[in-house]
Design a protein around this ligand. Structure first.
Ligand code: NDP
Length: 248
């Protein structure tokens, strides 16, 4: 693990201890922008990617901009990968304060529900729903220790029941389920100091969003970062875009 050098106090510090944040799928796109912003906020950031090389490359890019983050391998569909990282975080940091479930895939906009390849549906659920669920089960115990946690599930307006399009059935169903998981987790963790919310980043220029999207990754990261740094007593169990609740 990369050692993170101590730096001056920021609001992210509590009683001399820096808060620790973990971002999934942080080697590119919105996840990278979230990792960057959280490091700028003064959190210790664990930048994770499916390969260690991708995590190290992204961490080096941030390092060139004066931001130190710790790169780690993490595939959210692999229980052993998740368990290995949890043990490492427990041993090296002794805490996890912020979990950004950003990793996402299978925007199947060429599919329709009546003919969708169920193998793709299964794979989308594995990354977009079971992955965040697995991460929460692994890391909530570390959050409970300090009675503090901020879990942000990066979801999508495509996962709301107001979404009128027929396209992207696997992706939309997986994000709708992620929204319900957000509600269930928030209810389960009420009064624990752990806030759980979902964020829609808007349409963002990434590999998934494409070059014509109207937002930069930094703009897409704004609401997830805001939810990650909510004060105690902040909202829980909601879906937010542009820092405002939106209907499920
Ligand atoms: P990108 O395609 O640019 O990045 C996706 C990230 O997820 C990559 O780092 C990718 O890793 C990672 N990932 C995929 N599968 C796994 C896995 N099994 N384990 C760990 N990491 C994985 O997408 P965006 O940055 O655009 O999307 C980020 C989040 O925002 C997603 O949850 C997406 O659904 C959501 N979103 C995006 C929108 C947009 O317009 N872009 C709109 C609404 C929501 P690798 O590089 O190895 O493939």
């Amino acid at each position: 693990m990369t050692t993170v050098r101590p730096r001056k106090s920021t609001p992210a510090e509590t009683e001399g201890t820096r808060r620790v944040a973990l971002v999934t799928g942080a080697n590119r796109g919105i996840g990278l922008a979230v990792a960057c912003a959280l490091a700028e906020h003064g959190l210790t950031v664990l930048l994770t990617a499916r390969t260690l090389a991708a995590a190290e490359s992204a961490a080096a890019d941030l390092g060139a901009r004066g931001l130190r983050v710790a790169p780690h391998q993490l595939d959210v569909t692999d229980q052993r990968s998740v368990d290995r990282l949890r043990r490492l975080v427990e041993a090296e940091c002794g805490r996890l304060d912020v979990l950004i479930n950003n990793a996402g895939a299978y925007y199947d906009d060429a599919q329709h529900a009546t003919t969708a390849d169920l193998a793709i549906v299964h794979a989308a659920l594995d990354v977009n729903l079971i992955g965040p669920w697995r991460m929460c089960q692994a890391f909530v115990p570390l959050m409970r220790r300090h009675r503090y946690g901020r879990i942000v599930n990066v979801s999508s307006g495509a996962g709301t029941f107001r979404d009128p399009d027929a396209e992207a059935p696997a992706y939309s169903v997986s994000k709708a389920a992620l929204n319900m998981l957000t509600v269930k987790l928030a209810a389960d963790l009420r009064s624990t100091g752990i806030l759980v919310n979902a964020a829609c980043p808007g349409w963002v220029r990434t590999d998934m969003g494409g070059p014509n999207a109207d937002r930069s990754p930094e703009e897409g990261a704004d609401t997830p970062v805001w939810l990650a740094t909510l004060p105690d007593g902040g909202p829980t169990g909601g879906l937010f875009r542009d820092r405002r609740p939106i209907p499920w």
